[in-house]
Design a protein around this ligand. Structure first.
Ligand code: FAD
Length: 307
């Protein structure tokens, strides 16, 4: 069995594996897709001390760093079940194998909910963006839309209004769902328009990048076109935790509930990064949380005896 078994190979999982291996304990990492969300990212300019990198290059660096150490790397392996135990925790994989470990660190990340309209896939990273903290500065002085009128959409619109020339916030429903204080702030901004009852129907582009979008007014039934350079989709971040339902405590949004040490509701099971309740989903935060959960797992091992 392992001392530390990490499930998930993004920035959180890679950091957890490196920190565990550096303690000289038996460490494994199983990941469906080593690298995680950064594989789908273009420019990364906010991982402090790295002024600029590209997602695939960053993912390769994560894997190389883990492989510098004595870690069992099991790529292309999907975990399907976690079975708590007194001494050993079991992780069942989709391929039928079962891995056992004294501690487990869950770092399965999250995925952005997509609009599911034509053009969205084609123009991802070419104007279609999901993270205002990451990509906002790329649209300095340009026109953008934010899709979604919940807290994250309205926060994104307020944030972007500071950087870009103009923001159109598009909400499907007849009203915004964001907190009142955010809505008041939004409406005080001179360069923001809000469209309600608006269903985005297509992302438009010139083959290279986004040039606009079409939406339908759900009351009048008419179609309209907006010319713009960027579209921020803010209709939900879904944690990859469906397989854990019923085994440990999840928040109403499906995030793994962790304390300040990354401890979950199951002894010996820790979690880190975008799959948890930690606020703000960013690479630098996920990596820090992975390191923290790994040190907490090591602490747990010191206080328990090997089976
Ligand atoms: P993830 O990166 O999501 O990794 C999760 C890992 O778990 C993957 O290896 C996945 O395959 C694996 N996994 C999932 N389910 C299972 C399972 N059941 N069994 C086994 N393995 C599983 N952040 C920034 O700081 N700067 C940026 O510029 C930036 N740009 C972004 C651009 C895009 C397009 C996207 C989508 C995100 C961006 N982010 C950016 C956010 C950043 O990528 C995430 O915050 C970060 O990757 C989270 O790391 P993580 O390790 O928690 O999870």
């Amino acid at each position: 069995p392992y001392d530390v078994l990490v499930v998930g190979g993004g920035p959180a999982g890679a950091a957890a594996a490196v920190y565990a291996a550096r303690k000289g304990i038996r460490t494994g990492i199983a990941a469906e897709r080593f690298g995680g969300q950064v594989l789908d990212t273009m420019a990364i300019e906010n991982f402090i001390s790295v002024r600029h990198t590209e997602g695939p290059q960053f993912a390769a660096a994560l894997e190389a760093h883990v492989k510098d150490y004595d870690v069992d790397v099991m790529n292309l392996q999907r975990a399907e079940k976690l079975v708590p135990g007194k001494d050993l925790i079991a992780i069942e994989l989709a391929n039928g194998a079962t891995l056992r470990s004294r501690t487990v660190i869950l770092s399965t990340g999250a995925r952005w909910r997509q609009m599911g309209v034509p053009g969205e896939d084609q123009y991802r990273n070419k104007g279609v963006a999901y993270c205002p903290h990451c990509d906002g500065p790329l649209f300095k002085g340009k026109r953008v839309a934010v899709i979604g009128g919940g807290n994250s959409g309205v926060e994104a619109a307020i944030d972007l209004a500071n950087i870009v020339a103009h923001v159109t916030l598009i909400e499907f429903d007849s009203k915004l769902r964001a907190d009142d204080v955010l809505q008041r702030k939004l409406r005080s901004l001179p360069n923001v328009d809000v469209l309600l009852n608006a269903k985005t129907t297509e992302v438009l582009g010139d083959g290279q990048k986004v040039t606009g979008l079409t939406y339908e007014n759900r009351i009048a039934g008419q179609r309209h076109t907006l010319s713009l350079e960027g579209i921020f989709v803010q209709i939900g971040l879904l944690p990859n935790t469906e397989w854990l339902k019923g085994t440990l405590e999840l928040s109403p949004r499906g995030e793994i509930v962790v304390d300040a040490h990354g401890q979950t509701s199951v002894p010996g099971v820790f979690a880190a990064g975008d799959c948890t309740t930690v606020p703000y989903k960013q690479i630098v935060i996920a990596a820090g949380e992975g390191a923290k959960a790994s040190l907490a797992a090591f602490d747990h091992l010191m206080r328990t005896s090997a089976p």
